[in-house]
Design a protein. Structure first.
Lengths: 315, 403
């Protein structure tokens, strides 16, 4: 999709860089202690959630709190079909189910704006959680489900693939005319409509695309947890964390989102094991501090530094 | 000055890197490292803080006061060190932290988390790495389906099958014919109802109301009014702690006075008695049971030590089971004379262990010894009233009306 009239270095650098990273990530499990791989799986999960969330909510400024719904649907697909389907098929189906759900939601909700849209998406996650619960209690007569477990290395490669696909999708949408159109929607939806962009179709498609990899990640991660129930699968935390991580790292840069997801996951791990009794307090203070002093997130730090440097040099 | 600080900083960083890179595991074994990921925050934290964590800490202190556990293969007593992580009541975190304990902290043994869902998640992980785990807060028939796949996991608590049967026997004993059966729409309530509902039918007891209510319900008075109107002999509530308290308070307000008043988890907590008053809860029955009057060696002493150390009574159900699971671990180490987890598992799976809940023996991964199934508050003590041979007091029936 990258247009040919771009000057070469602009895409060459990220291409080479990502190639190196891919090679490294693919051979790394041979040399790492097993727990590091488990940590990486968690980081991957949050990168997928955060970058996927930002593909739609970043440029359009429609703050979605439906991530937990898409992630949870993937988890349930894996729990229900995991013992009859091969692992890969369950992941693909998890992504597909999320895609279809997001299409449906998009069709019914994207005419809502601002706060109304946010509340609607949050309500949607809760609605799905309670519907699944109702189904389990009254139809299947059990609440929890056991998920077929898969070894950590396999999960690692699956998550790595999903991360790469997510990043590729995010990169191409951002650098295409569709990405520009989404940005325009965020600036002024009416104007974009008048220019001749099919605003609704574009929004719904971007929303659905952002759900695909959340579902796939859910289907993959469920195999690590071995037991799930509706409140585990549709935990509202999975709706809030991506928003937080994106803001923490910087919503408008893909590398910012990656840094946000990675930094917060590592921070949570470190605080949780070193200060189990002060975890929530410290975590909260750090979040507030970053948002207060770095409104552009960690990615904004670089821009701030260079601005500050210029300022000093001029003096 | 600043140069010195800089140098110091470099030294400090180097030291930190060294410590992280080469944890001092050492080949000279000088302690038994035990780890647990359990809920210190989130919805499971109150349960964990009542039933397990105080017993874990108390046991470690007691063992270390003796100089540790004697391990024959090292020819000496080894003190116990306990690592506690917070799983935030989140399954993903719990699984990950247990793997951290195993792979990074290299603990010798694991202790279980709190609650049925957590056990289902952590049990298979512990099994995968070959760590025996004796779960004191899981009560689920579903466990029977997976038990053969996780041979390192042991269920020590009463299971719905035995407890449900004991409850129905009690109804038969009193000649009760008409009951209302309500249950929380979560694994616990559903599994209990699946056991109790057919058992009632088999004994010719009619459940005129059989209805679930959502987890986290804040008002159950419409349901309770319906039960009052139905004029049943017994209210059977398969409830979790928050709803146990709610149903009790609202039944008092509505003057709902069936002859038998039974609720699930939470009745056996001393705080249940203290909140409503010993007089008010007189005759209330609940899932349990354990009390210090039971004739098992060490039971009374355990109760006294717990009260002395924590300035609060242990709950009359899971607490003693949690403590018993630690006793079993300790005895298994002393019996085998090793920290070899395979050997420990085999001993736990086959031998009988005297504990504060009686002589525990596992068959197919399930404990066949129970200090009792159902309890009833009488004069401020939670007396065992079913199964029948283990009674510490005669059941009070009908239950006195609410004051």
């Amino acid at each position: 999709m990258s247009s040919t009239n771009n000057p070469a270095p602009k895409w060459l650098f990220p291409l080479v860089l990502s190639f190196i990273i891919i090679i490294l990530a693919a051979v790394i499990p041979r040399f790492l202690p097993p727990y590091t791989i488990i940590s990486l799986n968690d980081i991957f999960m949050y990168i997928v959630l955060t970058v996927s969330w930002a593909v739609f909510s970043g440029p359009t400024r429609y703050i979605s709190l439906a991530s937990a719904a898409f992630f949870g649907i993937g988890i349930y697909v894996s729990a229900v079909l995991g013992n009859v389907l091969p692992f890969l098929a369950a992941i693909a189906l998890g992504g597909l189910a999320s895609f279809l759900l997001a299409l449906l939601v998009g069709l019914s909700s994207l005419r809502l704006r601002g706060m109304y849209f946010t509340i609607f998406t949050f309500g949607l996650s809760e609605l799905i959680r309670h519907s699944v619960l109702w189904w389990e209690v009254n139809i299947t007569r059990t609440v929890g489900r056991l998920v077929v477990s898969v070894d950590n290395i396999t999960v690692y490669y699956a998550m790595l693939t999903i991360v790469l696909l997510t990043l590729a999708m995010a990169y191409f949408i951002k650098n295409s005319k569709y990405g520009l159109a989404l940005l325009a929607i965020g600036e002024s939806e009416e104007a974009t409509d008048h220019i001749g962009v099919n605003v609704n179709a574009l929004k719904i498609l971007a929303f659905a695309m952002s759900a695909v990899f959340m579902g796939a990640a859910g289907a993959t991660m469920a195999t690590r947890w071995t037991y799930i129930d509706p409140s585990i699968a549709f935990n509202p935390l999975f709706s809030f964390m991506p928003v937080l991580m994106a803001i923490f790292g910087g919503v408008h840069r893909i590398y910012g989102q990656i840094i946000g997801a990675t930094a917060l996951t590592l921070l949570a791990d470190m605080l949780l094991t070193k200060f189990p009794y002060y975890y929530n307090l410290l975590y909260g203070i750090i979040l507030v501090a970053v948002i207060l002093f770095l409104p552009q997130g960690l990615a904004g730090l670089r821009e701030r530094m260079s601005k500050w440097r210029k300022h000093v040099l001029v003096k | 000055m600043s140069g010195m600080i800089k140098q110091l900083r470099v030294v400090f960083i180097l030291l930190a890197v060294l410590v992280v890179a080469f944890p001092l595991t050492g080949y000279c074994k000088d302690k038994i490292l035990i780890g647990t990921a359990i809920s210190l925050s989130g919805p499971y934290a109150p349960g964990a803080g009542m039933t397990q964590i105080p017993n874990y800490k108390m046991w470690v202190e007691e063992v270390n006061a003796k100089g540790g556990i004697y391990v024959k293969e090292y020819g000496k007593r080894l003190p116990v060190e306990l690592i506690i992580y917070d799983d935030k009541s989140d399954i993903g975190t719990a699984v990950k932290l247990v793997e951290k304990l195993v792979l990074e902290d290299k603990v010798d043994l694991l202790l279980p988390p709190w609650g049925t869902a957590m056990h289902f998640a952590v049990g298979p992980v512990a099994n995968k790495y070959g760590y025996p785990l004796i779960g004191p807060t899981i009560s689920s028939e579903k466990l029977r389906k997976v038990a053969h796949k996780i041979p390192y996991f042991f269920g020590i608590l009463n299971m719905p099958r035995e407890q449900g049967a004991a409850l129905v026997d009690l109804l038969v004993e009193f000649g009760i014919k008409k009951v209302a059966l309500i249950y929380v729409a979560d694994a616990y309530g559903i599994e209990w109802t699946a056991e109790v509902s057919p058992a009632l039918k088999a004994k010719g007891i009619k459940a005129v109301i059989e209805q679930s209510y959502p987890l986290g319900a804040k008002d159950l008075s419409p349901l309770l009014k319906k039960i009052k109107a139905a004029n049943v002999d017994a209210l059977l509530g398969m409830s979790y702690p928050p709803d146990t308290f709610l149903i009790t308070a609202q039944s008092m307000g509505l003057k709902l006075n069936p002859k038998l008043f039974y609720l699930g988890v939470g009745v056996a907590f001393p705080v249940y008695r203290d909140k409503f008053g010993a007089k008010a809860v007189e005759g209330v029955m609940g899932a349990g049971a354990w009390n210090p009057k039971l004739p098992y060696p060490g039971a009374k002493e355990y109760y006294d030590r717990h009260v002395k150390k924590w300035n609060k009574e242990p709950d009359r159900w899971g607490s003693a089971f949690a403590y018993a699971s630690l006793q079993i671990l300790e005895q298994a180490i002393e019996k085998t004379g090793t920290l070899d987890r395979k050997k420990l598992r085999d001993v736990i799976a086959t031998e009988t262990f005297p504990t504060v809940i009686g002589p525990v023996k596992f068959e197919g991964g399930f404990n066949i010894q129970a200090p009792g199934e159902i309890g009833q508050w009488q004069n401020g003590e939670f007396e065992v009233v079913a199964g029948k041979p283990k009674r510490t007091a005669k059941p009070i029936y009908p239950k006195p009306a609410w004051p």
